[in-house]
Structures are given as C-alpha cells and as structure tokens.
Write a protein that binds this ligand. Structure first.
Ligand code: AMP
Length: 114
C-alpha cells in the first residue's frame, strides 16, 4: 500500500529504531511509548486490520507472537512480565491501519486496561 506508513517502514523508506527483522516481520520502537519498553511488531505484507486476516496468514501471526517472545527476552521483560495488544479498528484505538502487535513492558500494568 503506497500511503501506508508501516509499509514504508517495512520497506525501510522511513527510519525507525529497529529491534528485530526477519524475512516476514519487522519490529521497531513506538514513537510515542506508553511504557518504558513499547515495541511494534508488524508483518511486512499489508493487512489493514485483524478483521482482514485469512486462515492462510495464521502462521504469520504466530511468528509475530514468537518474535514478541524473543524481543521480550532481549529487552529483559520476559520474567517481570509484558503485555501484547492488537487494537482492531477505531473503537479499540487503532490509528494505523496495518496490523501491529504492541509489546509493552518495563512497568506494572493494570487490568482491566480501560
Ligand atoms: P494503534 O493506535 O494501535 O494503531 O498504534 C499505532 C502506534 O503506532 C501508536 O502507538 C503510534 O505511536 C505508533 N507510530 C505511528 N507512527 C510511527 C512511526 N513512524 N514510528 C514508530 N511508531 C509509530
């Protein structure tokens, strides 16, 4: 998608603080962090929302979660704990319409999130 900011990040057309990359996934620090550690894990392929996922993309989403697991270890938050979040559509707070897994840690978090 030409105008998608996360597609541009995946193509390395916009600089980011990159923390992980493999052939299908890229992860970078959020520009407006909501926790001491706030990383976004995205597929390189454009998928607008979780509602647009198809069954064939299940392995890709699994790899995103495994990337989060690996990054959590790298960042030292695997043992203390971390939160992973997909926001789907505006009512849930989605502002960038290219799926992304938020990885948040480094502070205690409340539940329910509100
Ligand atoms: P969401 O509200 O779930 O769609 O999350 C989008 C996230 O992308 C927000 O936390 C933004 O701060 C973050 N964001 C937007 N543009 C960039 C960027 N260029 N680099 C890093 N994070 C970004």
């Amino acid at each position: 998608m030409n105008e998608c900011i996360f597609c541009k990040i995946a193509l390395r057309q916009i600089p980011t603080d990159l923390v992980y990359e493999d052939p299908e996934i890229i992860a970078f620090r959020d520009l407006n962090p909501q926790a001491p550690i706030h990383i976004l894990i995205i597929p390189k392929v454009h998928i607008a929302t979780l509602n647009d996922l198809i069954p064939e993309q299940a392995p890709l989403v699994g790899k995103m979660i495994l990337a989060a697991q690996q990054i959590a270890v790298q960042e030292g938050i695997a043992i203390p704990g971390y939160r992973t979040v997909f926001n789907c559509n505006a009512g849930a707070g989605q502002t960038v319409f290219h799926i992304h897994l938020h990885l948040l840690g480094g502070r205690n978090m409340n539940w329910p999130p509100g």
